[in-house]
Design a binder for this molecule. Sequence first.
Ligand code: NAP
Ligand code: ZN
Length: 352
Amino acid sequence: MYKSKAYSAASAKSPFAPTTISRRDTTEHDVQIEILFCGICHSDLHTVRDEWSEFVPTVYPCIPGHEIVGRVTKVGTAVSKFKPGNLAAVGCMVDSDGTCPECHAGLEQFCRNMVLTYNSPDKHLGGVTYGGYSDSIVVDERFVLRVPSNLDLAGAAPLLCAGITTYSPMRHWGVTKGQKVGVVGLGGLGHMAVKFAHALGAHVVVFTTSPSKKEDALRLGADEVVISRNAGEMQKHASSFHFILDAVSADHDINAYINLLRRDGNITLVGAPSKPLAVAAFALLFARRSLSGSLIGGIAETQEMLDFCGAHNITSDVEVIPIQKLDEAYERLLKSDVKYRFSIDMASLKSE
Ligand code: NAP
Ligand code: ZN
């Protein structure tokens, strides 16, 4: 074991504080990474504040972070894909059993034995896994991704969650040129969804509760922007969408969006509000609309997404912050005041 600097939360109500944690020594299949940037996902906030306690209770101290990019510092003897000095990235998962049908299908995120990057039982050291709000991490090479060299690293970090979470359902539901695609909520996930839908050739409509984000939405690739609190504006789009991605972090009326789908249209939920959403059966029945969910994406697809971003020069629009500003960043995240992802510059941890 060796020591690594990190920031942790001691309880759902505690501010973040600097700490020192143990990381395992590299075993033969492991890659040790010096973390350079880590994005802040709203899931980090839900977890730190124990808002998902019904599904996954948070174990404290909690060290979140699953949008990790860095440089390889050491590799195990059996590692073939990476060597010291390479850029590398880690997303929301660090292990799975590798034997079940989900793993065989390249859908490790649905493996019953999948291990999350943080707040999952740690089979190596006991306790729970610790995430990327830290200066170093050790991960099995199966869960380490390659970062295209042309991408800005601070903006590449959020691709590991916000990127794959929005890319995967669009690929699954076949978003393509000529389709009308809606994106609900222009936050970290939403703004990546706009970039991908635009790159895939769709006609993109953003639904936002924040009128001040209108210009940004158009710059990011939206063709139209609807202020979702305006019923008249919503009504203009009734029964017209092929696909809608809902990336809202809080309670909201999903029926307002189901009604905007055309026949056989699909709305996929990626947002994960802690309370159940009420769904009107009739909104689905008429026009055979469907509602589904999606969870991040498999490792192969995550690499495909990173390569797609390399080819199209897509990164997240980030506000780079020192790790000392975590609490402030969380408060702003809650107010939908992030343009459009916070990315922690881990150099700031060196002064702790
Ligand atoms: P975020 O940056 O905070 O963005 C959420 C956006 O939702 C806000 O910017 C805001 O957009 C909108 N919003 C917030 N409160 C709202 C309300 N009360 N009513 C209507 N709209 C509201 O969060 P994020 O990091 O993108 O994450 C979004 C959600 O996805 C979270 O619940 C997160 O846990 C979840 N998530 C799921 C997965 C997955 O695998 N499925 C992966 C990552 C994250 P406007 O200002 O445009 O209205
Ligand atoms: Zn995330």
